[in-house]
Design a protein around this ligand. Structure first.
Ligand code: CU
Length: 482
């Protein structure tokens, strides 16, 4: 017993001794400029949507960043080519991850095949031009300068060579993260997303190599607003992923040059937002504003499986100009948090007050069974004008590069069960209609089986389609298959 007490006391003494040694080592510095730098390290750079390894508990170091500027042709969307100017070969440019007190030795390399001089302005720099003055570099040259990271936060970097707006519009922006001492708290998944607006001589979707349009850029009339440099960079197979129960941290920047982002994830609430990329944390946020040349860190836990859509909530940009991404979450459903559709009941208000479409003055009574195919078509047209028209357009012509046509649609006419299934359950991902690829999102429609039968019968009997008649029984059959 005595011995046990003695050894306990001894271990306490040892613990105190070690703790005091450790504390001496982890001396806190009042000023970040006083943090000593002993070792050298080559910075890990990543292309979006990936980020380098967290700094964790590592000490401040001399961090060597080698950033290569590449001017290269890429695809803005299917069939639309664009000459991008890039930091590291991607838009946005390579992600740089540092910690407070690091001494960053920055090497800016302008590839000999490039046509133009460039430079870099990092918002994480305390110094003239954020480094731009020291980094102006001609093709085939390399400029070096160094800076000490004094302020933790998430910062934009960009080219600042005249015409500045044009260099940014062509893709010359990215993010640099300065983690606080000890690093940001660990999370399960981290991703890098940056919004940008693009201005092309041709209209949205016009094929071929599209030159930059200075006048549209000055007027801030963007043809494309996208995440990570192109339409579809985060959709379909390119979607970012997580598992139910995981915490997700997004480093979100806005390169601009012109448009402010209203960043939102459909079906999620940001548990935390590091407002403007700084220290201040807001909680329980639906949409966060990210100005051009600004950034935010957003964090949330994913509770249920499904596809969560990332958008600029200035919503035409999302559905018509490209600012749309996807987070795919796999795992167990939790009906307590989200039930999914529980029932599909008929709702008919009492009395004579059946709603009518003001435009036609006709009575909409789709739940009164249609007595003939003609009536199905008539009822179906009303549903189409309320539910489908906004995307597929009045004559079923769709919207080029956004929403597929229903008129003379090979995809529609080939498979009626598939069409019923899409109206029932929605559809995301790439499909080919009449030789054109579409990669948009159609949400599940809140229609009864009779309404689905009617609207599809209307569509099949319009605009040169096959003339098929869809019955309520056919819809029920597809519905019960799932
Ligand atoms: Cu440049």
């Amino acid at each position: 017993m005595k011995q046990l007490k003695y050894s306990l006391a001894l271990s306490v003494v040892f613990m105190l001794f070690f703790t005091s040694c450790f504390n001496k080592d982890e001396k806190k510095y009042e000023n970040a400029e006083d943090i000593p730098v002993n070792q050298e390290m080559i910075a890990e750079l990543t292309s979006p949507p990936h980020v380098p390894t967290p700094v964790g508990k590592r000490k401040a170091k001399k961090l060597i960043v080698k950033m290569e500027i590449l001017e290269l042709e890429g695809e803005l969307t299917d069939g639309v080519k664009y000459m991008y100017w890039t930091f590291g070969g991607s838009v946005p440019g390579s992600f740089i991850r540092t910690r407070v007190g690091d001494e960053v030795e920055f090497h800016l390399q302008n590839h000999p095949n490039n046509k133009l001089p460039h430079n870099i302005d990092l918002h994480a720099v305390n110094g003239p031009g954020g480094g731009a003055e020291s980094s102006f570099v001609a093709p085939g040259h390399e400029k070096t300068f160094s800076f000490k990271t004094l302020n933790p936060g998430l910062y934009v970097y960009h080219c600042a060579t005249a015409p500045v707006g044009m260099h940014i519009a062509n893709g010359m922006y990215g993010l640099i993260l300065v983690e606080p001492e000890g690093g940001l708290p660990p999370v399960d998944k981290e991703y890098y997303i940056m919004q940008g607006d693009f201005y092309t001589k041709g209209a949205n979707g016009e094929r071929g190599l599209q030159p930059f349009d200075m006048q549209k850029a000055v007027d801030e009339k963007a043809d494309y607003v996208v995440f990570n440099g192109k339409v579809g960079s985060l959709t379909g197979d390119n979607a970012i992923t997580a598992k139910v129960g995981e915490t997700v941290r997004l480093y979100v920047g806005n390169g601009g040059p012109g448009l402010t982002s209203s960043f939102h994830v459909i079906g999620e609430i940001f548990d935390k937002v590091h407002i403007e990329g700084g220290d201040k944390i807001n909680t329980n946020v639906q949409t966060t504003v990210i100005p051009p040349g600004g950034a935010a860190i957003v964090e949330f836990r994913v509770e249920v499986p499904g596809t969560f859509i990332l958008v600029d909530h200035a919503i035409f940009r999302a559905f018509n100009k490209g600012a749309l991404g996807m987070l795919k979450v796999e795992g167990e459903k939790d009906k307590k948090i989200y039930s999914g559709e529980l029932r599909d009941d008929i709702y008919l208000p009492e009395g004579p007050g059946i709603q009518s479409m003001p435009s036609t003055g006709e009575i909409v009574a789709s739940e009164i069974p249609a007595k003939s195919v003609e009536e199905q078509i008539k009822f179906g047209k009303n549903i189409f004008m309320q539910t489908c028209f906004a995307c597929h357009q009045a004559e079923g012509q769709g919207v080029p590069h956004a929403f597929p046509p229903l008129a003379k649609s090979d995809y529609l006419n080939a498979d009626v069960d598939r069409a019923i299934g899409i109206v029932l359950h929605g559809k995301t991902g790439e499909i080919t209609v009449n030789g054109e690829k579409y990669n948009s999102v159609m949400t599940q429609q809140m229609l009864s089986t009779a309404e689905i039968a009617n609207v599809l019968t209307y569509v099949y009997n319009s605009w040169g389609n096959s003339g098929k008649v869809v019955t309520k029984e056919m819809v029920e059959k597809v519905k019960n298959k799932k």
